[in-house]
Structures are given as structure tokens and as C-alpha cells.
Ligand binder design. Structure first.
Ligand SMILES: *Cc1c(COP(=O)(O)O)cnc(C)c1O
Length: 364
């Protein structure tokens, strides 16, 4: 088979999506499945929708355009603030966009008018993680400006925590989001349809909180794809954590010393490292590198240890003896390794559905 490749089990992704959709539905929460780590994969977005996601979300307009080209008609949200220069493309391909700048919403309004369309916006609020979001004190003014624009519908409010600073969703910051939704409703006499509380980092809070307030939507990527919540990377009960596996091919195997020789400076990645001398080891090189994966985000199978790498090489040690050149090695990935591998043109995406048909019927 072609290497390197990602083996992507669509049945497992569908199962993960469905399990989360069902559990969250009991708490009144809908799921927007986030596709940004998949480069807008047609196959994966379909599996997520089959799992019951009410819509898709992606941070790049290019991915959304690719999904539209594959005739995907589901509701799609652009979950990163649109670039001003892309407003026209956003209105054309996304049903909803998440916004924090009124200048952008104004441009979306203009472009929507030209296309004879209405564009929906979710206004994002800053609640402590210090990435994107309108400061809470400015929200009323921004909503007032938004409501005055033609061709724009205010669909809801949202927030995003954990991504930049690791700020954890809790009753305080989520309660603040609910309070703001109520404030906007009473101030303007409107109803806020969607209160989008966050991402895969919100799951522990949702399932543990007595009162989730007005939150009625989450945007989930990592938990569907990798079966883990995003605060501590705990596996979520009942979900597959191995829906996606990386396979790479061995191009060299030699017994080599652990310690480099000669005077040492920076390596190809600008790092310097000290190596403990463990004597000769069984060393293999795989044909994949930091151009395709995040070395720190790979989990090898038993007896294999990742030693390092460069742009095109991954160096591992084997404690299970000799490894034949041409043989394949499998790795689990974290989110950043997945993101890199999915977006590398050098990594083939091999789709399969390994869940027996009877199980799929039960799950469906
Ligand atoms: C990436 C992203 C998500 C999805 O995050 P996961 O941790 O993968 O669930 C949700 N919302 C926004 C705004 C994002 O950028």
C-alpha cells in the first residue's frame, strides 16, 4: 500500500459523532461538527453528518468551498472571523460566520446584498482565553450595529475557550455567556437562537455541571475524530480513540550509537539536544518528517521509541529487535499531528469502515 498514509475509519468517526450527539441532545445541546483538521474532507464530513451533527464548522473558507464543490448541502459555519478580503467568498459558501469585528460584518452585509442573500452571524464574546471575541462590555453596542445592517441576521452568541490560553469552561464563564444572551434579548426584544458554548474542551463541564444555562450548541472536532476531550486529553467513555492511524514505511535500519560524534551545533530544526549514552541501539528511519507530522504528537506502538527527526525523516529506536526495510509502522496521533498529516499532500488518506455492518445498523 501507499505510504505514508492515514487510515481513517469512517464507521468509528460516525460512531463517535453519534454517541456525542445523543449524549448532548439529552442536555439540549446540538453539535456542529468541526472539519478544519480534515482539510474539508468530503468523506469525513459525511460521516459526521451521518452521525447526527446538525451542521459543519470550518475555520478556512477554502475548506468550505471544497465541501460545496463536493455538493455538500448541509449548513456550514465559518468558525474563524472572516478576512475582510474574503467577505464575498464567505457569503457565497458559508451559511453562517462567527464574527468579532463590525467592519467585517458590514462588508458581509454589502456582499450579501449584491448576491441577493441573507447571511447569518454568530457574535463571539471574549470570556478569558484571550483569543477571538468581543469584550463583554462592548457586546450591546456591537449587537446594535449588527441589527441595523441589511441582509444580516443575528443567529446567536458564542465563545471559545481553552484554545490559546487553556482557560477552562466553568459555571462562571459559561454563566456569563448565558447572562449576556439574556441581556441581549431583553435589551433588543429579540430571541437569541444559538448559544454556542465552545469546543471539545467544554465536554467535562457540560456533563458535570448542574446548570448549563442557555448553552445549546457545541462545536466539536477533536472529540469526534480522536475520542478525547480537549482539556486533559482524557479518553471519552464509549468513543473510539483509534479512528485515525498513521502508517509510515521504514527506509533504513542500522545498529547505531546513541551519542552523536563531533562538535555539535543546532540541528535542522534549530534545536540543540543532549543525549544520554545508552550504547548501540537498533535504529530505524521512517520516510516521514516534520513537513507531514508533529513529532511530539505521535504515539508509537509498544517497543518503539521516537528519538527525533527532521523535515523528511523520523528516527526511532526499537527494543523489539530488527525491523525490515520496507516494513510499515503504525502510530496514533494527537490533534496537532493529525492536523499536520491531514494537510500534508505527501500523506495519502485511506478511508475504510471497519465496524461490522450489523453494528453500524445498531448505531444508526
Ligand atoms: C477548532 C475550533 C473548534 C473545535 O475545537 P475542538 O477542540 O477540535 O473540538 C471549535 N470552535 C472554534 C472557534 C474553533 O476554532
Amino acid at each position: 500500500m501507499v505510504a505514508p498514509r492515514l487510515e481513517i475509519d469512517l464507521g468509528k468517526i460516525r460512531h463517535n459523532a453519534r454517541t456525542l450527539v445523543e449524549r448532548l441532545a439529552r442536555r439540549g445541546i446540538s453539535v456542529t461538527a468541526v472539519t478544519k483538521a480534515t482539510l474539508g474532507s468530503h468523506e469525513i464530513s459525511h460521516a459526521m453528518l451521518q452521525g447526527g451533527a446538525t451542521g459543519l464548522g470550518d475555520s478556512r473558507i477554502e475548506n468550505i468551498e471544497a465541501m460545496r464543490r463536493s455538493h455538500l448541502s448541509a449548513q456550514i459555519s465559518l468558525i474563524r472571523s472572516p478576512m475582510l478580503s474574503q467577505a464575498k467568498r464567505v457569503v457565497r459558501s458559508a451559511d453562517i460566520s462567527f464574527n468579532t469585528e463590525i467592519a467585517v460584518v458590514r462588508q458581509l452585509s454589502v456582499e450579501a446584498g449584491k448576491l441577493g442573500r441573507t447571511h447569518a452571524v454568530v457574535l463571539m464574546v471574549e470570556l478569558g482565553d484571550l483569543r477571538d471575541g468581543i469584550m463583554p462590555d462592548d457586546l450591546v453596542a456591537t449587537v446594535r450595529q449588527t441589527l441595523s445592517l441589511p441582509n444580516i441576521v443575528l443567529k446567536g452568541l458564542g465563545t471559545n475557550l481553552a484554545c490559546r490560553s487553556g482557560t477552562s469552561p466553568d459555571d462562571a464563564n459559561m454563566g456569563e455567556l448565558s447572562r449576556l444572551a439574556a441581556l441581549i434579548e431583553t435589551t433588543f426584544g429579540i430571541s437569541i437562537e444559538v448559544v454556542s458554548g465552545g469546543n471539545s474542551a467544554n465536554l467535562e463541564w457540560v456533563f458535570g455541571s448542574e446548570n448549563i444555562g442557555r448553552v445549546n450548541n457545541l462545536r466539536l472536532g477533536e472529540s469526534i475524530l480522536l475520542g478525547r476531550e480537549a482539556l486533559h486529553r482524557h479518553a471519552i467513555e464509549g468513543l473510539y480513540t483509534d479512528a485515525i492511524t498513521l502508517v509510515a514505511e521504514v527506509i533504513e535500519f542500522k545498529f547505531k550509537p546513541t551519542q552523536p560524534t563531533g562538535e555539535r551545533a543546532q540541528n535542522a530544526l534549530g534545536e540543540r539536544s543532549d543525549v544520554v549514552n545508552r550504547g548501540p541501539i537498533a535504529q530505524a528511519i521512517l520516510a516521514i518528517g516534520v513537513q507531514d507530522i508533529d513529532l511530539g504528537g505521535l504515539q508509537p506502538s509498544g517497543g518503539i521509541e521516537i528519538l527525533g527527526g527532521s523535515s523528511d525523516h523520523l528516527v526511532v529506536a526499537s527494543s523489539v529487535g530488527r525491523i525490515a526495510v520496507g516494513s510499515e509502522m503504525r502510530f496514533q496521533l494527537n490533534y496537532s499531528a493529525l492536523l499536520r498529516a491531514m494537510t500534508s499532500p505527501f500523506v495519502t488518506k485511506a478511508y475504510k469502515s471497519a465496524i461490522p455492518v450489523s453494528d453500524l445498523r445498531r448505531i444508526a
